[in-house]
Design a protein around this ligand. Structure first.
Ligand SMILES: Cc1cc2nc3c(=O)[nH]c(=O)nc-3n(C[C@H](O)[C@H](O)[C@H](O)COP(=O)(O)OP(=O)(O)OC[C@H]3O[C@@H](n4cnc5c(N)ncnc54)[C@H](O)[C@@H]3O)c2cc1C
Length: 155
């Protein structure tokens, strides 16, 4: 029987699902196979802790980790937007670079339909970490100091 040559698994999305999948694959696969993770932002953010930022129990910086650190575990990280997936050829083009895969994991998450809930788009709820960190963007409409040292609540 012919030996299996090195294959590439392309994981699209560096959120909870994508990072977990990439880690699991990297641990389970022989090193001749490549695991490549693509994400538009350079940081992983643990969204489930957004509430702790709002209530002052965590700082925004405590929820994020640089995705390129996964390189130490043997996961190649590509930062860029995935504009289109060709499922027939398992190819994506990221910022002009074509990436081919033998296997695709699509973990791009969900987007908010902000237009369907009156006031939601204006409330800037799309990216609470960005809103919670004054270095990263404008604040929400109204902000109250949180109970903790670092936090604040936003509506
Ligand atoms: C406040 C809050 C509390 C929560 N609490 C819980 C909880 O207690 N328990 C629980 O199980 N879940 C909880 N969740 C839900 C949980 O966070 C999500 O279900 C989970 O993050 C989904 O993971 P995902 O990998 O599918 O998507 P995401 O985490 O959204 O990751 C998708 C990634 O893909 C990237 N991406 C998207 N489109 C593109 C593109 N075109 N090109 C490149 N990159 C792209 C995004 O930047 C992102 O990094 C909570 C969520 C919130 C907001």
């Amino acid at each position: 029987m012919a030996a299996v040559t090195g294959q590439t698994v392309l994981v699209l999305g560096g959120g909870v699902g994508g990072v977990a999948a990439a880690n699991r694959l990297r641990r389970g696969l022989d090193r001749r196979h490549k695991v490549v993770l693509v994400n538009r932002d350079p940081d992983f953010t643990f969204a489930a802790s957004y509430l702790w930022v709002m209530s002052g129990r965590r700082r925004a910086a405590q929820l994020t980790r640089p995705l390129p650190k996964l390189g130490r575990r043997g996961i190649e990280v590509v930062i860029g937007q995935v504009p289109h997936i060709d499922p027939a050829t398992r190819t994506v083009t990221v910022d002009g670079r074509e990436l081919n895969a033998d296997h695709l994991v699509v973990a791009l998450g969900a987007d908010y339909a902000t237009g369907r809930v009156p006031g939601l788009a204006r409330a800037h709820l799309r990216d609470p970490v960005r809103r919670a960190d004054p270095r990263r963007g404008p604040g929400p409409d109204r902000v109250w100091p949180g109970r903790g040292r670092h936090g604040r609540s936003a509506v």
